[in-house]
Design a protein around this ligand. Structure first.
Ligand code: ADP
Ligand code: MG
Ligand code: MG
Length: 252
């Protein structure tokens, strides 16, 4: 589904990603962990199509298409979802209208008719129940005055409505409390299927207690230096990132 080959990127002339290789197949959950400044958010931003970074080498294909060639809207249309670290507040735009627009843009991209009001409401109700969401949230302006937990719940709700093939969750610096972590993990778990995949970027092993990954990768200084199963996350939690550093020094 997702093939990242030797991806290199820089910002303001500073090399940040130094050759990332990663393959994600349908049905898999991958976690990317790593210390602050390793390049995790940079990787997520490049996959989402943000313009601040310059890709200097390598390739990314998504379902056989050159992802880096697509606009952010086209990426969403192809079935990519990125949970934003700091969801924007949009005064005057209700959460409902925001989601309706997003859903219908994706449908349009796929050559499908927009959902009519009845079908849209039905889907909203279904997904709200699934996410155990409070209906009153939807009439409020997007993210305005939402607590951290509410923002997260809303984000995962958006994901449920969009039904992406690949969800990229960057939770690194958002300071989630334990309730928000559970909301994210439970929501994502409910959406898991053999057809979709998740790339969860986190430095909390705690998230992975609830959202159990098939693979764990350590991103360190712009490279994936170690990959393993969920036990690797536990080892990192126990030993910190210093043991990766030590292993790398031994190897060189
Ligand atoms: P992580 O998410 O793993 O903590 P980031 O991808 O946010 O790491 O950052 C990787 C490196 O890129 C850091 O050294 C950071 O200072 C640098 N960086 C990220 N964004 C910018 C930016 N807008 N301008 C300059 N440097 C940046
Ligand atoms: Mg950071
Ligand atoms: Mg980050």
């Amino acid at each position: 589904m997702l093939h990242i080959k030797n991806l290199q990127a820089e910002i303001d002339g500073k090399e940040i990603l130094k050759g990332i290789n990663l393959e994600v197949k349908p049905g898999e959950v991958h976690a990317i962990m790593g210390p602050n400044g390793a390049g995790k958010s940079t990787l997520a931003s490049i996959l989402a199509g943000r313009q601040d970074y310059t890709v200097t080498g390598g390739s990314v294909t998504f379902d056989g298409k050159d992802l880096l060639d697509l606009s952010p809207e086209e990426r969403a249309g192809e079935g990519l979802f990125l949970s934003f670290q700091y969801p924007v507040e949009i005064p005057g735009v209700s959460t409902t209208n925001f989601i309706k627009t997003a859903v219908n843009e994706v449908r349009k991209y796929r050559g499908e008719e927009p959902l009519d009001a009845v079908a849209f409401l039905k889907m909203m109700k279904e997904k709200m129940a699934l996410m155990e969401m409070d209906q009153t949230m939807l009439s409020r302006s997007l993210n305005e005055g939402f607590s951290g937990g509410e923002k997260k719940r809303n984000e995962i709700f958006q994901m449920a409505m969009l039904q992406p093939k690949l969800a990229i969750l960057d939770e690194t610096d958002s300071g989630l409390d334990i309730d928000a972590i559970r909301v994210v993990a439970n929501g994502v778990n409910k959406l898991r299927s053999s057809e979709n995949a998740v790339l969860a970027i986190t430095h909390y092993q705690r998230l992975l207690d609830y959202l159990v990954p098939d693979f764990v990768h350590v991103l360190y200084n712009g490279r994936i230096v170690k990959s393993g199963t969920k036990e690797l996350a536990l080892e990192l939690e126990e030993k910190g990132y210093d043991f990766i550093k030590a292993e790398m020094q031994e190897a060189s």
